[in-house]
Design a protein around this ligand. Structure first.
Ligand code: HEM
Ligand code: HEM
Length: 171
């Protein structure tokens, strides 16, 4: 019997709740951590300033940026595997146009967030010039997240229940 956290009601053709509790919790964990990454990224140039010694708060934020960024990369890879496994278990039907558009944006978010973490890692430990890709990918994330959030607001206004799929239910 699968636990509540992993239960995946994907035997219906178009399930009303296609995400397990684990997928939902990881979605919101990444949203919070991405906001934190934006905030802590601003401390990094201050820690590299040759004229001013960095404050303890800036050093802490720099370290947080690196470790939380690595966590995001691992979580995104795990989420992709969970999404793929639940897709494989679902009866295959022809997707609607809106479902295709949503999966393009979701795929783009997976790609951009994962490689944002990967390029941050490469910049820090292997090859400094990769910082250019790290900066560009941030712009890609901002564009895709704006489209994604606009779609979420659209579904909220329509009241079609799509937003509810990402609201955790513990009972
Ligand atoms: C998905 C996770 C991550 C997000 C959303 C993120 C976001 C950002 C942003 C917005 C910036 C500022 C870019 C700019 O100059 O405009 C930045 C800079 C930076 N990030 Fe990340 N980051 C992530 C993961 C990581 C990881 C895993 C590392 C290292 C292991 C890292 C290391 C750095 C470094 C060193 C900089 C400064 C680059 C420079 O000197 O220009 N980041 N990050
Ligand atoms: C940068 C932040 C965000 C990222 C990277 C992100 C990423 C994703 C991804 C990859 C999915 C596909 C689900 C999966 O395969 O696990 C998804 C679904 C979803 N997200 Fe986000 N998301 C973000 C922010 C938000 C916000 C702020 C909201 C609400 C306002 C939201 C609402 C939803 C909803 C309702 C779904 C389910 C859509 C559906 O079933 O068609 N997301 N998100």
């Amino acid at each position: 019997m699968p636990s509540k956290l992993l239960s995946d009601p994907c035997n219906e053709k178009r399930p009303k709740r296609p995400y397990s509790l684990l997928q939902i919790l990881l979605h919101w964990l990444v949203v919070i951590l991405i906001f934190e990454q934006w905030y802590t990224s601003r401390a990094i140039p201050r820690t590299h300033n040759p004229l001013l010694p960095p404050s303890d708060a800036d050093l802490l934020q720099h370290a947080l940026h690196i470790y939380a960024g690595i966590v995001i990369g691992i979580v995104m890879a795990l989420r992709r595997m969970l999404a793929y496994a639940s897709y494989r278990r679902r009866p295959q039907i022809r997707p609607r146009l809106t479902e295709r558009l949503a999966s393009i944006v979701h795929g783009g978010l997976y790609f951009a967030v994962f490689f944002q973490a990967a390029t941050g890692f490469v910049t820090t430990y292997l090859w400094g010039p990769a910082r250019v890709f790290h900066a560009y990918l941030w712009d890609v994330i901002l564009i895709l997240a704006s489209v994604h959030i606009a779609a979420a607001v659209y579904h909220l206004i329509r009241g079609d229940g799509v937003l509810r799929r990402m609201i955790p239910r513990f009972r």
